[in-house]
Design a protein. Sequence first.
Length: 774
Amino acid sequence: MNIKILSGVVASIAMLLPAMASGQTANFNIIPKPQKVEVAQSAAPFILDQNTCISIAKGNLKNNANMLAQYIEQATGLRPVVGKATKGGLTITLDIDKTISNAEGYTLKVDSKQIRICGATPAGVFYGIQTLRKSLPIVSGKAAKVEIPAVNITDAPRFAYRGTHLDVSRHFVPTDSIRTFIDMLALHNINRFHWHLTDDQGWRIEIKKYPLLTAVGSKRAQTVIGHNSGKYDGKPYGGFYTQKEIRDIVKYAADRYITIVPEIDLPGHMQAALAAYPDMGCTGGPYKVWEIWGVSDNVLCAGNDKTMKFIDDVLREVVGLFPSKYIHVGGDECPKTQWQKCPKCQARIKALHLEAKDGHTAEERLQSYVITHATKFLKSLGRNIIGWDEILEGGLADGATVMSWRGESGGIAAAKQNHDVIMTPNTYLYFDYYQSLDKANEPEAIGGYLPLERVYSYEPMPKELTSEEARHIIGVQANIWTEYMPTFKQIQYMALPRLAALSEVQWSQPELKNYKDFACRLIDLAQRYEQLGYNYAKHMYNVAINVDSDTKWQEDVVRLTTAGNAEIRYTLDGSMPTMSSALYTGPMHLQKSADIRAAAFRNGKRSNVISQSISFNKATTCPVTLLQPTHKSYTYEGATVLTDGIIGDAAYSTGRWLGFCGNDLEAVIDLKKPTDFSEVGFNTCVEKGSWVFDARGIEVSVSQDGKTFTTVATKALPAMEEKDANKIYNHQIDFTPTKARYIKVLVKSEHSIPAWHGGKGKPGFLFVDEICVK
Ligand code: ACM
Ligand code: ZN
């Protein structure tokens, strides 16, 4: 493993945090970053004290005023009176200003006489309130007074749909924790809560017409331990929300300007429903509420009219509970194996003349028929659907909005077909992925690697789209799947502080984004997390080591960052950094192997030590050209990933590996001068369940001019077998010593997945890293 936490426990966050600049003064270093903040440095501040009151100029803002009073009390202990002016006190006025063009935009003006928050709508006022609330100092006990510097803030969100998803099927989240989750979203200016209510492992929403959905479908007999280990905990598990509880939560969210988008996942991910109503499945069952993780083959029978009526009946009750314009109907990961064999499904295919064409099978068209049916039914009730990007397969239903989760390509395709899109790519926004590579010190997660900085770096507008098409990218969302999150505390840990990075992707203008600045502001926000009792991940207090390979100067440029302005000290020889180790003052330029270790020091306390090995060989920092493209989702820094001196490890999605699918890795390395070598090596990272396979062949050729190549070695590799391990495979190929300037490495991918695998016949992924030339 390259990046590791080597030592130390974050003692107490309070010890690591800088003292508040002035205990009782507000500052506007908030997240998400507002569009425009003009602090009037020399003007007198507003004094918030026990006589401060909140008044409403006009509009339906009573709820907002009460919420602001509560937030101020939470932070400072001072509770302003709402409604009437208080003798000797200053006023915070809430108002509607129709001249603000964005429906969620606001202005916040502070001077020594008053604070005025105006929004185009009550939602806009609410975001002004969030900004004021996040600017307040956190005071233990009750403040005598708080100074709020004079300021003029003008702000509005970048995207109208700012979502976060939570799966409550795999693990049930009780209503009080759902309320806390909604509070967490409000703190981050998030306005959509995508509530994933049903799945194979549990049906969690009461449906009056089908009482067995909850009586049977909400309970599983036991749960598999770990990653489908074959061992079970033996404990019955269950939980669901009554319609009354749901109504209350919808109201709680609405009071915070959050719309709940409910999801009933169709026609796959339905095994819990089938356990309750087996005649809705192709085989008739019996089925049990699933006890393992993954994608079940047991799906709704699309040839059964009763199933179609079931879909309508369930959706009718869902519509009655949730005022959202959008109802999510899933559509993801629906295996077609049973439909292929089911006489009813095949009869429907025949009756509807659903032929395999344009690259889609008849069964994919049958899925499109189910989703179209749901779309039309919901349309008749005045609602629109959202579906996962699989709903593109077999043709998009009119008016469908697509959630692009398998990278961004589904979203790009949908926008090009004039459909609205919400970007939620698993390559940036799946908060069930690890946030640190030091898995030994992390709670078990599904896999992957999405540290805070990568989430922050996400740009949702694909370059491929014209400005007309880009208008269809209406929003951004992160997803929290809970297979490996048995408690709400753990959900908070996985969500925070990545929600903060997400909120800046969703809300702030891209030109204002700056990770270092964000990381400083995050320290303030984390204090709020502490105060609110939220469990959050604390990796930001460690040092992040960033390495950029500079192929022009043939060096690795190493940058060290940490949250805030703490001192960073490091070593390059693998020894533990101490207060007397070298102080980091700026980028380091390395031209030879090093074992970097770095830590941040706050108030004399060392953070965890982070390490990064850099290993030079003859190809390191040499320019690389790829003759076949990488998979778009796994391109990262591009070809230089292969020669940056950092050896990929842990998981294929760490950014340290280049991914190919349908193509091969074909890389030409320019060694810059005629060089002697006789061996080429590289690793592949294999994860068969994710369709990631080992290489099928290697070919090395050399050239003096970069144009004419002579093959010096070839090797065929066997197809993987089911029993072969998921791990990193090392490949080396030797040949007669050769002298050349250019070297071409061809690593063939699996172009046709073997028959034992669910993806049989389709191309597999190939992940390769660090080409080593000796
Ligand atoms: C998904 O992650 N299956 C949408
Ligand atoms: Zn069927």
